[in-house]
Design a protein around this ligand. Structure first.
Ligand code: PEP
Ligand code: MN
Length: 271
């Protein structure tokens, strides 16, 4: 049994990421799939900050299916998102694809992401956890909820209590959506664990049209937040173009969320 991750009472863990308290209200993490260049990162950061996002995402080391696809800017990408993060006072969330990325990320960004493909890379999880930085642990595409919670347990056992879980879709059989968005699984996780649970409707569906309604569904269902892909020019995105929202659609979505999370938007607007 996952002794540390399992829920023992009605008390929920709140994970503080640069002053943003994940687990209190509905948190929105937004930004491009991949950091592509300085202008793209800056435009995305400025836009999502203005719309009221809580945290900024961006991939520097990309786990691409094909080795011929864009692999990310690497360390230079980390420098770009760190600078944008400081300029717009939005903590950054970046994936560590390998243990060798961890020291730089721990210095430069607010939260380390462990991607779906690495959910059971326990060596990576332990190295990332030992930095003390909050971790965003994504569910593997074929992982059970118990397997996800055991993976979280590895981080908790390292003495790092700051773990946020993310449902990002599991392998399905119908190509109309990239994955199957397991909303029930995300809600079941909340029953099983005290850790915050957020959703990633971008990777779950692969279609931008489905992202806003699923963010709203997750908020209405009482989950703790969403991470989503937003690009200033989705048609020109180096990866995951079909699932990226443009800044205008993101801003509209934030307005619709406002009804469900008035205090947080007020905080973001007064920043
Ligand atoms: C990502 O968030 O950039 C990503 C690659 O997601 P996942 O690990 O869920 O596929
Ligand atoms: Mn992506």
């Amino acid at each position: 049994m996952y002794e540390l991750a399992r829920r023992e009472s009605s008390t929920n863990t709140v994970v503080d990421v640069d002053g943003v308290r994940i687990g209190e209200g509905f948190c929105v993490i937004a930004g491009p799939c991949a950091i592509e260049d300085e202008l793209q990162m800056e435009t995305a950061a400025r836009g999502v900050a203005a719309a009221g996002a809580d945290l900024l995402r961006g991939g520097a080391y990309k786990p691409r299916t094909s080795p011929y696809s864009f692999q990310g800017l690497g360390d230079r990408g980390v420098a770009l998102i760190a600078a944008a993060s400081r300029r717009h006072r939005l903590g950054a969330v970046v994936e560590a694809l390998d243990a060798e990325h961890v020291p730089l990320l721990a210095r430069e960004v607010a939260m380390l992401q462990i991607g779906a493909r690495n959910m059971q890379n326990f060596a990576l999880i332990k190295v990332a956890a030992r930095t003390g930085r909050p971790l965003l642990l994504k569910r593997g595409p074929a992982a059970t909820l118990d397997e996800l919670l055991f993976a979280a347990e590895y981080a908790l056992l390292e003495g790092n209590p700051n773990v946020v879980l993310c449902e990002r879709g599991v392998r399905g059989f119908d190509p109309h959506t990239r994955n199957l968005f397991d909303l029930a699984g995300a809600l079941r996780l909340k029953e099983l664990t005290h850790l915050p649970v957020i959703v990633d409707p971008s990777h779950a569906t692969g279609r931008r049209s489905l992202v806003p309604p699923l963010v709203l569904a997750a908020a209405a269902a009482g989950l703790d937040g969403a991470i989503l892909e937003v690009h200033p020019e989705p048609a020109r995105a180096c990866c995951d173009a079909e699932q990226a929202l443009d800044l205008e659609s993101f801003s509209e979505l934030m307005n619709r969320l406002e009804a469900l999370r008035p205090s947080k938007v007020a905080t973001a607007a007064s920043r």
